[in-house]
Design a protein around this ligand. Structure first.
Ligand code: FMN
Length: 190
């Protein structure tokens, strides 16, 4: 059992702002997931997508479809195809995004826009049926976590994976949500 963790926040300290921060909620959740996966004997790898070169989908080709529809890969030469191929080597995924404007972050949207195109109609998909957990990390109000988790549900309408956890996290409920993270991770092997 091998699980790939994707995070969509920037953990570099921004001198001008307290957000994004070095150890924000997103990265705290990444750490918690890694600890829990290790405890449960599940091999894992973490990719911070903000440090990858993932360009926006150009909707190239005729009627908005590029080679993604037939060849299940993207024509652009950045980090996307490498990461999409890497996903096939893993048995499950954890997607952890901060909540920005009631939505998943920009790096998440950019990645999933292209993932959907390459995989939704891929008859040889190595992703379909695999388990995943979505985690939405929000500021004080927590407004937007449900909307963000819903977006993962909609994404999965096209991806046909299996949702085993959808976890709203704020700094106020973080401690109790650790339990939720633990329970959801145990469903990878359960
Ligand atoms: C551009 C932007 C938009 C945000 N929008 C929301 C929001 O709609 N709802 C919310 O609860 N928090 C919002 N926040 C706060 C972040 O969700 C919160 O700071 C979160 O902890 C960020 O993740 P991080 O701790 O990993 O940096 C926003 C923050 C930024 C920078």
């Amino acid at each position: 059992m091998k699980v790939l963790i994707f995070s969509f926040s920037n953990n570099k300290v921004n001198e001008d702002s307290f957000i994004p921060n070095e150890k924000g909620l997103t990265f705290s959740c990444v750490d918690e997931c890694i600890n829990e996966l290790n405890k449960q004997g599940i091999l894992n790898k973490h990719i911070c997508m903000n440090f990858k070169n993932i360009k926006k989908c150009m909707a190239c080709g005729e009627r908005g479809w590029g080679i993604c529809l037939k060849e299940n890969k993207c024509i652009m030469e950045d980090d996307f195809n490498k990461i999409y191929n890497l996903m096939s080597e893993y048995d499950g995924y954890i997607f952890i995004t901060p909540v920005y404007f009631w939505e998943m972050s920009e790096s998440a949207k950019t990645f999933f826009d292209r993932l959907k195109r390459c995989d939704a109609f891929n008859d040889n998909s190595k992703i379909k049926g695999k388990k995943f957990i979505s985690i939405a990390c929000a500021g004080g109000s927590g407004n937007g976590t449900e909307n963000t988790l819903n977006a993962f549900d909609v994404l999965n309408h096209f991806m046909n994976m299996e949702i085993i956890g959808r976890i709203p996290v704020t700094s106020f409920n973080y401690e109790e949500q650790k339990n939720e993270i633990k329970n959801s991770i145990s469903k990878f092997i359960g």
